[in-house]
Design a protein around this ligand. Structure first.
Ligand code: IPM
Ligand code: MG
Length: 370
């Protein structure tokens, strides 16, 4: 077995705590002889700023480029509120996305059967929910230039962000969405704001063109992004795959996450294109943030980060059976009643971050013996 190169970037806040549970799961897979990993670790976000004065060092970027997959915790916290904009913790994550070319962000929103009551939405609305948000991640208003605050002659300040998309950026993300839909429910909803934005007009046209040329077997609908937000709380199960731009994807994926019961449950994968050797850069991270308010208390939910490692098994390492096993172990730990504070319910067993990691490893052990 050639060892897979993993770079762990725990980051700030609860990042190191949830990453510790990923290490526990990685150790289980190694001990069980199901995989071998070569693991490196480095700083990102505020932790990197404190150590090197920047949100990610060149050395860490170098390791990220050499890795088969990066597992990312979370960045940010009020401690770094006064840090210059270019060095703010989030800049580390944005540099990773941009420099590794991670244009496709896959954010599944799955409602585990054990958690149907934890959602703020009614049981019948979320039960069995399984949707995939495909967010464009290296373009749009996140990276468009100019991006600045200028002082006008009058002395008034003016801020500009630029929403910009080229055809190839829309085309490649549309293909990712259609390919995923083919192995899921065969339906794609493309969300844009073509009624107000030129980027929306182009987005709509390019997605339609890609569909007509190659993906007629998949059903395509276009939806305005605001209506999509509304439909996600009204009847989220109408969706299979949603494809959208960077900013709308940021917002819609947080919204979809809440339908599942907790932001602490959702993993994500950020993928680049394949190079000539079939290799592609990949970063896996929980959708939740660094949650500074609960950091260091050992109460954070590690499931999103563990499930992100599961996505690495599936999408980077072609270890679908192991990924399925890990998903089943997470569902199993939940079915046994284990709950971190964020998803606690009457009659269940409240566990710490480590308790949940241990519970998932116990389920891995049990399920692999069946
Ligand atoms: C996310 C986060 C990031 C984003 C932040 C931390 C820069 O909200 O991954 O959704 O806006 O993309
Ligand atoms: Mg976000």
């Amino acid at each position: 077995m050639t060892p897979k190169k993993l770079l762990l970037l725990p980051g700030d806040g609860i990042g190191p705590e949830v990453m510790a549970e990923v290490k526990r799961v990685v150790a289980w897979f190694e001990k069980a002889g199901r995989a071998k990993f070569e693991i490196e670790e480095d700083l990102v976000g505020g932790a990197a700023y404190d150590a090197h004065g920047e949100a990610i060092s060149d050395a860490a970027m170098h390791k990220a480029k050499a890795a088969d997959a990066v597992i990312f915790g979370a960045v940010g916290g009020s401690k770094w509120d006064k840090v210059p904009y270019a060095q703010r913790p989030e800049a580390g994550l944005l540099r990773l996305r941009k420099d590794l070319g991670l244009f496709a962000n896959l954010r599944p929103a799955i409602c585990y059967p054990a958690l149907t009551e934890a959602s703020s939405l009614k049981r019948e609305v979320v039960e069995g929910l399984d949707i995939m948000i495909v967010r464009e991640l290296t373009g749009g208003v996140y990276f468009g230039e100019p991006k600045e605050i200028v002082t006008l002659e009058s002395g008034e300040m003016r801020a500009v962000d630029t929403q910009v998309y080229s055809e190839h950026e829309i085309e490649r993300i549309a293909r990712v969405a259609f390919d995923l839909a083919r192995v899921r429910g065969k339906r794609v909803a493309s969300a844009d704001k073509r009624n107000v934005m030129k980027t929306g007009v182009l987005w709509n046209a390019v997605v339609s063109r890609v569909h007509a040329s190659t993906y007629k077997d998949v059903e395509l609908t276009h939806i305005l992004a605001d209506n999509c937000a509304m439909q996600l709380v009204r009847w989220p199960k109408q969706f299979d795959v949603i494809v959208t731009d960077n900013l709308f994807g940021d917002i819609l994926s947080d919204q979809a996450a809440m339908a599942t019961g907790s932001l602490g449950m959702l993993p994500s994968a950020s993928l680049g294109g394949k190079d000539a050797n079939g290799r592609r850069a990949a970063l896996y991270e929980p959708v939740h943030g660094s949650a500074p308010d609960i950091a260091g208390k050992g109460i954070a939910n590690p499931i999103a980060t563990i499930a992100s490692f599961g996505m690495a098994l599936r999408y980077s390492f072609d270890m679908g059976a192991e990924a399925d096993l890990l998903d089943a172990a997470i569902a199993g730990a939940l079915a046994k009643g284990l709950r971190t504070a964020d998803i606690m319910q009457d009659g269940m067993t409240k566990v710490s971050t480590a308790g949940m990691g241990e519970g998932i490893c116990a389920e891995l052990e049990r399920l692999s013996q069946l």
